[in-house]
Structure formats: C-alpha cells, structure tokens
Design a protein around this ligand. Sequence first.
Ligand code: PHE
Length: 352
Amino acid sequence: MIKEIEKLNKEAQNSISSCKNLNELQELKVTYLGKKGRITNILKTIGKLPAKQRPKIGQKANELKNKISSYINSHKKLLENTKQEKIKEEINLDITLPGDKIPAGSKHPISKITEDICEILSPLGFKTVLGPEMETEYHNFEALNIPTEHPSRDVFDTFYLGNSKNAKVLETNKTGKWLLRSQTSTVQIRIMENYSPPLKIVAPGKVYRPDTPDASHSFMFHQIEGLMVDKNVTFSQLKGTLLFLAQELFTPDIKVRFRPHFFPFTEPSVEMDISCIICQGKGCRVCSNTGWLEILGAGMVDPNVFKTVGYNHNKYTGFAFGMGVERLAMLKYGIEDIRLFTENDIRFLKQF
Ligand code: PHE
C-alpha cells in the first residue's frame, strides 16, 4: 500500500508538471483529488485495513493529498504567468508606458462668465435662481410696469408663441399671451410673487428677441439679472455692488460711471459704463474713442412693481440690474463676432 502511494506521488508529479494548460490541469485535479479521484479512493479503503496499519497508511495518504494539491497550485501559477507573458508578447504591450491622455473639455465662455458673476455676488448674499424661458405677457411686461402700447411689446421685438389670440385673458387671470422671455427681469416678478422680502437674487439665463443675426446681434442671448429688496435699500448700495462686481470681473483699478436712463420697472434708472478695458480709457475703436463701455442697465425698483407683486412700497425699497453676458464675454476676451458663441467651432471653444 505504501509503495502504491509513493508510485502515485511520482506519477502525479510527472503528469502535473508536464501539463500545458489550465483546462488540463483542472482535469488532473479531478482525477486525483475529486470525489471519485484516486486519492479519495485510497482514503476510502483505509477503514477496511487491519487496525495496526491504518494510522501509518492514513498519514501517508493524507500527506500525498496535500502534496498533490500543492503541485497543482504551484503549476497553476506558472501557467497563469506564462499565459500573461504570451498575451503581452502577442499585443506588444509595454505596461510601463504612461496611458493615453483623455482630452478634457473646457467651459463655454458664456458659462464661465455666468458662473464668475454668480460667484462674485454670492459672498454679498445674492442667491442664484432660475426662471422659465417660456413666459407670459404678464411676467415679461405687465408686472414690470411696461404698458400695452410700449414698442418692446410689438411682434417685431418679442417672439409670441402659438395662438396668441388670448390677449384678453390678461385682465382676468393675469397671464396674457405666451412668449419667449425678452429679458430676465421676469425672474424678479416670479421671485417676488413667491417670496417675501428681504431678498437678494441673481438670475442668469437665455432671452430671445427677433433680431437678424450679424456680428453683434443674435435672436437668443444670455442675461444676468440682479435684485435686492429690503428696508432702506439705497442707490449707493446699488453703486457699491456694481463697482465691486466690475472690479472683481475685470480689474481692481477699473472705473465706473452711471448715466441717467429710463426703464419702466426702475425709478430712477441708469446705465453703467466701465472704463474701456482695451485702451484703459484712452480711446480706441472698441469704445468709439469715448474711453467708456456701456455694460448694464439698473435702477431702484419702481413702486408700481412692488404694488403689483403685493409688497408694501412704503416699507421696502430695492434695486435691480441686468446685463448681457455675450457682450461682457466679448469685451473680456476680445471676441469680435457674437455668432462664435453658438457655432461650436472647437478651435474657438478650445481657447477658454
Ligand atoms: N431688463 C433690462 C434690459 O433687458 C435691463 C434691466 C434690468 C434694467 C434690471 C434695469 C433693471 O435691457
């Protein structure tokens, strides 16, 4: 019996070491160690042996079982390694080389400026909010104190949607015709309808106006609206906020000036200019030799707007401002054609 076990050891050692692939090795494992395998058979017969022989033979058989499993395991490792080597040779792979770089995209300049402005105003307490692009005449005009006969409500200046015969509805449920918003000032109304003062918001988003596209006109562009309402909000707070914004967005030594203007929803209203960032105010082609660039409209919220949204205009004052993002981006990055923003030319986009 002992001899038989030794013979089996040699035989197993030979067949395992000459085995050429993992499948064959698995078969050998079954042959020797499986439920009906040769070692298992030996172990089963031990019970029938005379009592004296049992311990010794049992010990030998168990030793053999362990040896065979270790032959199999080490040969398995050998086969696996050579398999990997083969694969490496076949595909000529040098795993020490650095991997291919995945090209990373960059932010669109409009997204970049928008995010910058929202981030600059955030520490002053302005929360970023969004409003719908499809709007009602009420939110785009009526509630903003823009009278029915105002030219901006003309079909040549606003995109009206679908069947717009429902103009009469306005007096009853305050909606009017559907349209694509022509200004983000709509968001002022939506916020004040839903929240009570005090509040400070910035509202970025797309606006639409029926313009024929050229280097400086587009029928869709982006605006950022700002609104602050509280007790005792003053014009000097508006000036301070906008000066801070201009300094942070452009350069700390930028100059600003305010010119009287008119907007139906602010009183008084202004336009803000910054000193030309191309020529530093000396006068150049971009600023038409004036040294100044107009960048936004602003003013103190008109009490009529407060009345419409149900705010107490004797208790609260506020300021609002609105600016075109494309114009800011064109000035900041020296872009000469507004159409570049929507053409998706990778050579253009890659620069930001
Ligand atoms: N909505 C105005 C425009 O589109 C800008 C503006 C916003 C002016 C807020 C004053 C206050 O021209």
